[in-house]
Design a protein around this ligand. Sequence first.
Ligand SMILES: [Zn+2]
Length: 601
Amino acid sequence: MMLSPLKPLPLYVSPVRGESATSLASRIARKNGTASLQSFCADMSISYRALKVGDPVEIERVAALAGCDPTTLRNWTPHAPSKTNYHLGAEAPRFTAYSRSTIRGCPKCVAEALAEHGPYGPFHLGAWQLTSIRTCAKHQCMLIEVPPPQHHKHSYDFARVVDNMDLKDIQLVAENARSLERYLHNRLEGVSDGSWLDSLDFHVAPQLCENFGLLLVRGPKASRAETTEQQWLVAGAAGYDALRNGPDQMFAALEELRMKAGPGCHTYGAIAGSFLTWLSQREDDAAFNGIRQMVFDFILRTYPVVVGSTVLRIRCDMQQVYSLRKGAKAYGIDERMLRHKLLERGDISKSGKSGAITYRRYPSGETLQQLADETTGLLRGFDAADYLGLDIHLLRTFVVEGLVKKAGEMARNAPYFRRKDLDAFLGRLYRQTRPELEPANDEVSLIAATPACQCSTLELLHLIFEHDIPLRCAAGTDPRFNDFLISVERAKTAIGQSSVGAISMSEAAGKLVVDTVTIRNLVSAGYLSAAPKTAKSSERWLVIDEASVTTFGEQYISAAGLARELRRDTANLCRELYKNGVEPLVFNGENRIIFRRQDVS
Ligand SMILES: [Zn+2]
């Protein structure tokens, strides 16, 4: 059927900027006294059904009735639907961006229009059909829901349905809560702010802002169903304010949430649950694929996600970062060593007395591989002591004295070592060996030599290096500390040589026929003198002034020495001397069995 061109009706109204064709038609219908928009369309040979879904031809016919510009009217009416999109302004939002069953209006616009134009004044803007437009840009108040008409076919007859609207329900909003809406209006007007969001489809940008903002404002457990329109508005603005600066801002905000959660391993669900759930549910809309992939990549490089698990309904094929324990296991690194290295790098930190770990960043496979290479050949204290065949305390002493080099220290000053440094120490001992020398018959291990020489192991080592005392190695290859043998006599001689006019404690003990403990006590009681040492000497063992030993020996004699001279049994001799009232020498508060020569001669 050919339709005759329509001329303006004698009774018409002028469209408001942004008004939709159905709203305009509804007002003209009311002004012309028809019972409803539907019957008006029938009278004017306009297909009401086609008009409702935004058929451009029917929109043009409405424009003709009102004598207005058809292009502008069409522009602000969701029109020319494809399978998925309706055009509006400079955009073509996907149908999911519209809420076409719920009618919302501005109570202030309606009140003003009623006052100015009567019952055919109240208008409806095309943009108000967008779910993410929740306020009136002119009045900065929430759009409110209009009670639905008795029959849904009258839903677009706006001039009439507003009769049931509660015009007192005015909810003003803060201007800063409208940042997302201002952005959306600009996009509809074809104005770009050059932000990253512009690269997203019109329906993707606000949904992303709102759901990301919901996480920021109401946390990971926020229920979307229980969120009010006002809360959505605030969430949308918060999300927009963050996301307008690009995806890095989104990731930075997600990281901030993770750090705020405090020490320990947190799942991405615990940090961003509501947002991730929403995003994973967008899987059937390809427009969200880019965002989903972006967030998926972020999660994989931020949280330890194991191979085979699904994030945002995408399967993880390669684990990128690891927790401390799993990372240590996967890359064969000692866990304590890895902890130390990550602390050193600042990737993790320890908090409080509990020492709970905060991951600033989880170590990546690359980092772990690097640390594995770096720590290969590193040995912790006990392992290093085992490797050398030493007691850990002795190893610590050697470290302090600089004989064994440590590679570093872990928590609580626990040293760790490079194998080559341990080998260097053994190599130094090995270089003291003289295989060409006849084995001496008093050779003992270095450990066993120390009591015999009355010095510490450390002192013995200094003695060996400073006096170039030859050693012998009892093992073939891979000798350990205890495989090196030393002649006790050679060590003692070296001790004696270490200071002029001095003899070793054991030599002094031999001369006076007592034990070395007694020599030590005689020194501290002042009967014998320790020999002075040169300042540069590193030797720390006690050497005795030989002259003081000689002098002492001229005035005193030990019970054992006297018994030897008299070829008597020591115990019997002592008993006899006591009976005759001979008192032994008293020193250090104890009776050692030493007598004055004048008492026993
Ligand atoms: Zn308004």
